[in-house]
Write a protein that binds this ligand. Structure first.
Ligand code: C2G
Length: 129
């Protein structure tokens, strides 16, 4: 069974997120998503509109996702890869090069981001209407 893991905040779930998860799901039998907790988001300097519980509920409802786990810190990826017997770590190419060190444990894949959509853009557009 081929397993892929990816991580993110996934706030205001949008088609950019969906297309990433859809592409990944087609490459594996099991897609695990680490959703950033509110505490970890604070470390990332991000303030999500939806809470961790709400964002996790939304990701869990996505048909492309097999399992949702909390992302509590930067360091857990190595343990998660071992624990879940992950074949591929994947993330959008806005992170290109940042996780190459995981290549000692599994394949590392950076997928192209979807153009013209981001949680920040959504928030900015809504705040000006
Ligand atoms: N994404 C995308 N296209 C977009 C927006 C986002 O493909 N238009 C991808 C990102 O590249 C990422 C995932 O969707 O792989 C989640 O994006 P964010 O919620 O912004 O995640 P981020 O804050 O980058 O957190 O340890 C990794 C971090 O937790 C990643």
């Amino acid at each position: 069974m081929k397993t892929i893991i990816t991580y993110g905040t996934f706030d205001l779930f949008h088609f950019g997120h969906v297309r990433l998860l859809e592409r990944l799901s087609k490459m594996c039998d099991q897609l695990i998503v680490g959703v950033s907790t509110d505490e970890f988001n604070a470390l990332k300097g991000k303030a999500a509109f939806f809470s961790y519980e709400q964002r996790s509920e939304i990701i869990n409802a996505c048909k492309y996702v097999s399992r949702v786990i909390p992302e509590n810190n930067w360091q857990q990826k190595a343990q998660d890869i071992e624990h879940y017997d992950v074949d591929i770590f994947a993330i959008g190419d806005d992170w290109k090069g940042q996780f190459d060190h995981l290549a000692s444990q599994c394949e590392v894949l950076y997928l192209t981001r979807t153009e013209d959509i981001s949680t920040t853009e959504i928030k900015n557009n809504l705040s000006t209407t």
